[in-house]
Design a protein around this ligand. Structure first.
Ligand SMILES: C[S@@+](CC[C@H](N)C(=O)[O-])C[C@H]1O[C@@H](n2cnc3c(N)ncnc32)[C@H](O)[C@@H]1O
Length: 198
């Protein structure tokens, strides 16, 4: 059997994504509010896990659509069950960061607890490809070096500064958001203004 990549989430721990205490330090409502939805957007939840955030985003965008992607077949099964009753959602298994969407059609991308898992992959350039000129990518991840309760080992995490630099090298402008999260940084990443015409 192939060895697990140590930076990747273990699907056997899926229940931890839905643990009640997670809401104490990473409230779903707060994260989805940071997307500033008006209700009509196309939202891509990249690495959507069990779909907790995708489902809430779908409720906040009743006139839009949520595409929840994950590379793990096990997590896609969770997603399909979670999103089954939400008509404006779809769960899509992706391979090698190939998202089956056209260029620049996504208004919001949610990437929560994902950045440290996609280090060295092409996921950020794929996000840049599908994001609309006026779109927003919200990156929230465990911050390296902070006082943390659980979460992945420090050595695989980013500081907020390193995360912003990684995003900029993939063609985004960045602004750190003070979201008041005790263990996580939040970054709003957008296409540079001078590329808004394409
Ligand atoms: C720690 S979980 C977070 C899940 C969800 N975003 C949340 O906050 O509840 C990370 C998820 O990203 C998925 N993932 C990791 N790398 C990925 C990639 N390159 N493409 C798609 N999904 C990926 C994993 O399978 C896992 O479901």
């Amino acid at each position: 059997m192939a060895e697990r990549d140590p930076k990747k989430f273990d699907p056997a721990r899926a229940a931890s994504l839905d643990a009640a205490e997670r809401e104490d330090y990473l409230p779903s409502e707060k994260l989805v509010a940071l997307l500033e939805l008006d209700g009509s957007e196309t939202v891509l939840d990249y690495g959507a896990g069990t779909g907790r955030l995708a489902l809430l985003a779908a409720e906040r965008a009743p006139g839009g659509r949520v595409v929840a992607v994950d590379e793990s077949p096990e997590m896609i099964e969770h997603l399909k069950r979670r999103l089954a009753a939400a008509p404006n959602t779809e769960a899509v298994l992706i391979v090698a960061n190939q998202v089956p969407l056209a260029d620049h059609v996504v208004d919001r991308i949610l990437a929560v607890n994902l950045l440290h898992e996609i280090r060295g992959e092409g996921a950020l350039s794929e996000m840049r490809r599908v994001l609309a000129p006026m779109g927003v990518l919200l990156v929230v991840d465990w911050e390296r070096g902070g006082r943390r309760q659980g979460g992945p080992p420090d050595e695989i995490l980013y500081t907020a500064g390193e995360a912003a630099s990684e995003l900029r090298s993939n063609g985004f402008d960045t602004a750190e958001i003070d979201a008041g999260l005790p263990f996580h940084f939040a970054i709003r990443a957008t296409p540079p203004a001078d590329t808004n015409s394409y």
